[in-house]
Design a protein around this ligand. Structure first.
Ligand code: ADP
Length: 400
């Protein structure tokens, strides 16, 4: 079975063609600058086939982007499948499913209008996801089933005490304002892998997705019971350019003193804060590590703030679950940043975590990084959201 996985943004569209039964990736790529000058990238993963990088292809809308993707996939010379008939289903990443979706779902017209109802909760992302879904339906026709996989779905198992904001209850009742979380597909994938690797389904896991965007999840027996992102992905840890949690009074102060409107203020919190704001140098952890090494104190400070917040959150999730068996690191920094990992875990020895510096000197592969006598396991598990989406899509299609 082949599943085309689509992650549609407002002017971009990432794709992968995978076989969820074998885990094989056949091809991947990216359509950028949709609606502008259109750049198309295609990377076949089959030997002897050649890809293209950022070539000009007119893509006035997402439909042309999907068409360009299909043309590349079935190209007689460099394609990886013989015809469109070899695409059995499409899996779409959708950011926000509100309280409506707690599992992957077949995208019927009715379901699509429910996804549209969730637009107020994710006004930037959901419309782009919907455009991607409609473009696929237009190009592939209704014979190819399409499945929606929501970033928020995995966290729908959180209890009210974890997701309610302590603001007047009406905002929850009338406007559905609450914590939803994000990165759900990633947290689900790595915690599922962790359970498979260790052969146990009774684990209390703190899943640390540390990338450009970062979030932690407390996962008890396979169920998310708490997570750090909130109504939006601005909450929780400080990130590449996002502030993470902060006293709302700071916003009031800045807006009043600098005569800032709400849009400018929120843009500042989303785009100019976090690691970039603290360091004044970069949002990229590699740059921060290099800066700190070269003696830049603000780069060192940015890393310290981040690592301290991760450590505090691990501690609080251990408290939330009444213990922790495994701490899993994933995503760009979690998979490739040994020093960040070690610093996040420093001071957690009292919980029973002991990092093995040699084992921790690893990048991008599944492994245990704690000592043999560590009571709590620390692990690196590279995430694979596209494979999870493809597997979920397959499960939904097979159940039809
Ligand atoms: P996104 O949230 O955009 O998917 P990623 O998960 O790709 O982000 O993570 C990007 C982050 O991972 C960047 O800050 C980058 O610096 C960091 N990263 C990648 N490789 C390394 C490395 N070798 N050491 C430290 N950080 C790294």
């Amino acid at each position: 079975m082949n599943v085309l996985v689509i992650n549609a943004g407002s002017s971009s569209l990432k794709y992968q063609l995978l076989n969820p039964e074998t885990g094989d990736l056949l091809a991947k790529g990216l359509c950028e600058r949709i609606g502008l000058d259109g750049k198309f990238t295609y990377k076949p993963m089959v030997e002897g086939k050649e890809g293209v990088k950022a070539i000009d292809i007119p893509m006035p809308t997402h439909s042309e982007a999907i068409q360009a993707t299909l043309n590349a996939l079935i190209d007689p010379v460099n394609g990886v499948i013989a015809s469109m008939d070899e695409i059995d289903a499409v899996g779409h990443r959708v950011l926000h499913g509100g309280e409506k979706f707690s599992a992957p779902v077949l995208l019927t017209d009715e379901v699509l209008s429910t996804v549209e109802e969730c637009i107020p909760l994710a006004p930037l992302h959901n419309p782009a996801n919907i455009i991607g879904i409609k473009a696929c339906a237009a190009v592939l026709g209704d014979k190819v089933p399409q499945v929606g996989i929501f970033d928020t779905a995995f966290h729908q198992t959180m209890p009210p005490k974890a997701y309610m904001y302590a603001i007047p209850y009406e905002y929850y009742q009338n406007d559905s304002l609450r914590r939803y979380g994000a990165h759900g597909t990633s947290h689900r994938y790595v915690t599922k892998r962790c359970a498979e690797i260790l052969g146990r389904n009774d684990l209390k896991i703190v899943s640390c997705h540390l990338g450009n965007g970062s979030s932690l999840a407390a996962v008890d027996c396979g169920k998310s019971v708490d997570t750090s992102m909130g109504l939006t992905p601005l909450a929780g840890l400080p990130m590449g350019t996002r502030s993470g949690d902060m006293d709302c009074g700071v916003l009031e102060f800045i807006m009043k003193k600098y005569n800032m409107g709400i849009e400018e203020a929120v843009n500042m919190l989303n785009k100019k804060s976090g690691m970039l704001g603290l360091s004044g140098v970069s949002s990229d952890f590699r740059d921060l590590e290099a800066g700190a090494k070269a003696g830049n104190e603000r780069c060192a400070l940015a890393l310290e703030v981040f690592e301290y917040d991760v450590r505090k959150l691990i501690g609080s999730y251990a408290a939330a679950m009444g213990g922790v068996d495994v701490i899993v690191f994933t995503a760009g920094v979690g998979e490739n940043g040994p020093s960040t990992r070690a610093n996040c875990l420093k001071g957690l020895e009292f919980l029973g975590v002991k990092v093995d510096p040699e084992k921790n000197n690893v990048r991008g592969k599944e492994c245990i990084i704690s000592t043999d006598d560590s009571k709590v396991l620390a692990m690196v598990i590279p995430t694979n959201e596209e494979l999870m989406i493809a597997m979920d899509t397959m499960d939904v299609v097979k159940s039809l």
